[in-house]
Design a protein around this ligand. Structure first.
Ligand code: NDP
Length: 282
């Protein structure tokens, strides 16, 4: 392509207006003087094939994939990389010599974010709330960090059991949201992760926050929601260390940036821009 051409890159989802990816990917592209425009590509399910086909154009640099397309997009790609197979979902599309490759950076992004703040994640069992796509990424990340055992607690226990059927039962235990079951599991954990979609609205929490009293005093509470949630506030009130989802978002985005551009991501610039983008939405 001509040196003056601007690359096209974007986030594919429905909705996409809320996505923070353009807020921190564009400054990163600009910082490295990569002539690319990062766009929000609102894509209803019916137009997903057309949107993905558009990535075969010579000026396409790649795409992020977000809700609800992380599973459906897999059938439209030429290759699914091991990172995406491990999670069972694609969040990144990388054009490689006329082929579209599906990757997943959520697991590695979560592992990197957790390592930033939680020094010994592998030393005790973890409890993950949720059994959707994000929970799968968290489980892959915790496994990669050597966490010895993971309890998966989900509102619909059958979904947790199904996830464990697919991912293997050696180190995973499915439970429902029964208070006594949860209390028992929380008492023996170092790490509680909220990977449900509960937390975005003020006042909502994925469990009765009084159950946090069961956690050991050195436990760590991590929430994939990238705002200050009810769960994180309740954990902090109890003196527990916490982390919201912005670290995962930025780290998974930095890995995407490297896949698309083959250059090291300017992490500090991405962090700063993500924090500013989040603040602008509050
Ligand atoms: P999914 O729709 O795949 O899964 C949603 C999960 O939330 C399910 O386990 C579901 O339980 C549970 N849930 C939904 N509503 C309720 C409720 N009312 N009470 C209890 N549990 C509920 O979503 P994802 O896994 O893709 O995303 C989950 C969260 O993770 C979202 O908030 C998303 O924004 C965040 N995320 C953050 C990332 C980051 O970079 N920080 C990256 C990816 C995701 P059930 O099975 O019973 O319906």
């Amino acid at each position: 392509m001509a040196a003056t051409t601007r690359w096209r890159i974007g986030v594919i989802g429905d909705p996409v207006a809320h996505s923070l990816s353009p807020d921190f990917q564009q400054p990163a592209l600009d910082a490295l003087r990569i002539p690319a425009q990062f766009e929000r590509w609102h894509t209803p399910a019916a137009t997903l094939p057309e949107r993905v086909a558009g990535l075969r154009a010579p000026d396409a640099l790649g795409a992020c994939v977000t809700v609800p397309h992380k599973l459906a997009v897999m059938a439209l790609l030429d290759e699914i990389a091991p990172s995406a197979r491990a999670v069972g979902a694609v969040n990144t599309i990388v054009p490689v010599e006329n082929r579209l490759v599906g990757e997943n950076t959520d697991a590695a992004g979560y592992a990197a974010a957790l390592r930033d703040v939680c020094p010994r994640p592998a030393s005790r069992p973890a409890v993950v709330l949720g059994a959707g796509g994000a929970a799968r990424a968290v489980i892959a990340a915790l496994r990669s960090l050597g966490v010895p055992a993971i309890t998966v607690a989900n509102r619909n226990p059958q979904r947790a059991a199904q996830l464990i059927d697919e991912l293997g039962a050696d180190d995973l235990t499915p439970i429902g949201m029964d208070r006594d079951d949860l209390r028992g599991r929380l008492a023996g954990t170092l790490l509680l992760v909220n990977a449900t979609s509960i937390g975005w609205k003020a006042g909502e929490a994925p469990l009765d926050v009084r159950l946090l009293d069961a956690l050991p005093p050195d436990a760590f509470v991590s929430d994939l929601t990238y705002r200050d949630t009810e769960l994180l506030r309740a954990a902090a009130e109890r003196g527990l260390a916490t982390q919201d989802g912005l670290g995962m978002l930025v780290h998974q985005g930095a890995l995407q940036f490297q896949m698309w551009t083959k250059q090291e991501a300017p992490l500090a610039i991405m962090w700063e821009a993500a924090i500013a983008g989040r603040a602008a939405r509050d």
